[in-house]
Design a protein around this ligand. Structure first.
Ligand SMILES: Nc1ncnc2c1ncn2[C@@H]1O[C@H](COP(=O)(O)OP(=O)(O)O)[C@@H](O)[C@H]1O
Ligand SMILES: [Mg+2]
Length: 415
């Protein structure tokens, strides 16, 4: 079973290429589901048929569905949101404000992906192709499971009583601890759901992301940022699909139209060359600009054949060992003495082009590059150390931040 996610900016052709990929897979004998999580209903238009929230068979072995994330709000998140709202209202927060405070931006996109996971786990399809929301920002939300499970772990059971008392007071219900327990259970259920989703998306042998873009001038820098963000979250991008690539007109063609075409084609070539540079590990595949809109299963299949040729449209699983986000080594001392020194090596692909941000919050390290942030738990020995410096090593996909640590005299090997 494979999961292939298509993402990119609005209008670049995500829906078209996701549908084309699924159509080609189904045509070559595998059962393929293409599912859209984008609130803009256009997957049905691309396939030339009506779609619903449950998969319908569009052609032999080709299934399509359109997830309505709004309807998913009654699940684990809805329950948790309800509890939080009650708590806030109990603390005297106005009902409307409480409603607003419990809206988690992007949670609907995340819930739509939970639904994708349900389809993927159903065993009914060889490949699930996902037409994602307009940007890869959605995928940034995947820090959420990590962060949430961290909170739950930390709050319980160690500080259970203290927190429970505090919240019960806040809620003005000094004798009702049952409400808080239910909130905690709901939080746990939500965190578990997200952790399952994170596991599916981070599974490089099953899942990959294809970034769709149109080769225009501003695209290269943005693509680089997106690739960096996805790499920081250890999500695998297996292709950059440059869509709507214009053919250069034959040299014999003259006139303003030919000049326009020639200029556009040259501009696209320049952007493609730039993309080839940045996507060192990610191949760039070009998709031609077709004269007619590629809609309907047959036209989509034909477009897909011109993209994939004789390679597998589902991509191939990545079995190569993944370089861990962080690696720790001892550089001095023998690990017990006070003169011990450690280095923590944090992989930050593309780090040299974006503002770096590093912060220590308790036992966690917050690693930020540009607009992306990730919270990672520090190896236990480093929790008793303090950071004394940091330097950047390597470049491009090999860029790393090396942070040096020495024992914190207050907590080091004290008994
Ligand atoms: N390679 C292509 N050649 C011609 N038209 C295309 C191509 N790719 C997409 N389109 C058209 O562009 C429009 C936007 O594509 P769509 O797949 O809906 O984008 P997105 O899902 O990214 O918003 C649609 O009308 C689609 O038919
Ligand atoms: Mg779309």
């Amino acid at each position: 079973m494979r999961v292939v996610l298509f993402t990119g900016k609005g209008g670049v052709g995500k829906t078209t290429l996701a549908a084309a990929t699924a159509a080609l897979l189904a045509g070559s004998g595998r059962s393929a589901l293409v599912v859209s999580t984008d609130p803009a209903h256009s997957l049905g238009d691309a396939l030339g048929t009506e779609l619903g929230a449950e998969p319908t068979e569009v052609a032999d072995r080709l299934w399509g569905a359109h997830i309505e994330a709004r309807h998913l709000l009654d699940g684990a998140w809805g329950e948790l949101q309800g509890h939080l709202r009650t708590m806030l209202a109990g603390a005297g927060v106005d009902e409307l404000v409480a409603d607003e405070l419990t809206v988690l931006p992007g949670v609907e996109d995340l819930l739509a992906l939970v639904e994708v996971q349900r389809f993927a786990d159903s065993g009914a399809y060889d490949v699930v192709v996902v037409d994602c929301g307009p940007t890869a920002e959605t995928l940034r939300l995947l820090t959420l499971p990590e962060a949430l499970s961290g909170y739950v772990e930390r709050l319980f059971p160690a500080h259970r009583r203290a927190v429970r008392g505090l919240v019960a007071n806040l809620a003005g219900a000094k004798n009702d601890n049952g409400g808080w327990d239910r909130t905690v259970a709901a939080l746990g259920a939500f965190a578990e759901q997200l952790a399952g989703l994170r596991a599916l998306l981070a599974d490089r042998t099953r899942t990959s992301i294809r970034l769709v873009l149109t080769p225009e001038r501003v695209v290269a820098a943005e693509t680089r940022r997106t690739l960096t963000a996805l790499a920081l979250h250890e999500l695998r991008v297996d292709a950059l699909l440059a869509n709507r690539v214009m053919p250069g007109p034959p040299p014999s063609l003259r006139g303003p139209a030919a000049r326009w075409l020639r200029e556009r084609a040259a501009e696209q070539r320049a952007v493609l060359a730039e993309l080839d540079q940045i996507g060192a590990d990610v191949p760039v595949t070009t998709v031609r600009y077709t004269a007619a809109e590629p809609t309907g299963v047959e036209a989509l299949r034909e477009l897909a054949r011109s993209i994939y040729h004789d390679t597998d449209p589902a991509g191939s699983p990545d079995d190569a060992p993944v370089r861990p986000l962080m690696e720790m080594r001892r550089t001095a001392g023998h690990g017990v003495s006070r003169d011990t020194e450690f280095e923590l090596d944090v992989a930050l692909p593309g780090a040299e082009d974006a503002p770096l941000d590093l912060a220590r919050i308790g036992d966690d390290m917050v690693v930020g590059i540009g607009f992306s942030r990730r919270v990672v738990a520090l190896p236990s020995v480093l929790r008793r150390c303090e950071a004394t410096g940091a330097r950047l090593e390597g470049a491009g996909s090999d860029a790393r931040l090396v942070i040096t640590f020495v024992p914190d005299p207050g907590t080091w090997m004290t008994s």
